[in-house]
Design a protein around this ligand. Structure first.
Ligand code: SF4
Length: 227
């Protein structure tokens, strides 16, 4: 896993995203002007024997792209790690910097696209170019992985190629629709749970509440057999 994390951190396959991640790292947000941005692909976080995985869209320009750790240093991470701490899957409720002492258990967190995209919108080509990184990561945790929580429709859709590439299974047709609380259960593959993304757009408006997150992670733990 460490080799994979190092390799993905050194990827330059998508010209538009390389240019964007580096430009954001150069120009910076005023509040972080004195900080050195990571400005590179953001690898997954968590254990190599995870039973639960959380699949996101892509790193945030001033979150993961700044700190070098997924869901770290922005409001989305605040909401996510507070919920993971309540669920007993993280040792602390905050995730502010790569060296803040955060650890997780039974959990791997990764994104479908590893570089911050403009407007949080990767192109279909960028999504497909990055997919092999996700496939390799899922292959590594396949022996223990039981449940995947997809944060948002993009992540939900990114799971079906994984099913094909890693598990050798044809995705269901038609594809099950994404929704908060959606649950797809296959054979010889992890269960897939849908959860609204922890974006500010969803959490500030009350579309996604802490109680809703608690329900999803409670269900994920139950399905995965995590205490
Ligand atoms: S998005 Fe993925 S494939 Fe594209 S440059 Fe970043 S890590 Fe590489």
């Amino acid at each position: 896993m460490a080799d994979l994390d190092a390799a993905v951190s050194d990827c330059f396959a998508c010209p538009r995203l390389v240019q964007w991640r580096e430009e954001v790292a150069r120009t910076r947000r005023a509040a972080f002007r004195d900080q050195e941005y990571w400005g590179r692909p953001v690898p997954g976080l968590g254990t190599g024997d995870a039973r639960i995985a959380i699949l996101g869209l892509a790193p945030a320009a001033h979150g993961g792209n700044r700190t070098g750790r997924i869901f770290t240093g922005d409001r989305s991470g605040d909401v996510l790690f507070a919920a993971l701490h309540r669920a007993g899957l993280a040792n602390q409720p905050t995730s502010v910097a790569a060296d803040d002492g955060l650890t997780v258990r039974d959990l791997r967190i990764f994104s479908a696209v590893r570089c911050a995209p403009p407007d949080n919108k990767p192109t279909p080509l960028e999504r497909d170019t990055c997919a092999p990184w996700l496939h390799r990561e899922v292959t590594l945790i396949r022996p223990t992985l039981r449940v995947v929580v997809a944060l948002g429709a993009f992540a939900w859709a990114a799971w079906w190629p994984v099913l094909q590439a890693v598990y050798g299974q044809r995705p269901p047709s038609p594809r099950p629709a994404f929704g908060h609380g959606a649950h797809w259960s296959g054979t010889n593959a992890p269960d897939l749970l849908g959860c609204y993304h922890v974006s500010q757009q969803n959490t500030f408006t009350g579309r996604l509440t802490p109680e809703m997150l608690d329900d999803v992670f409670g269900q994920a733990k139950q399905l995965a057999g995590v205490d």
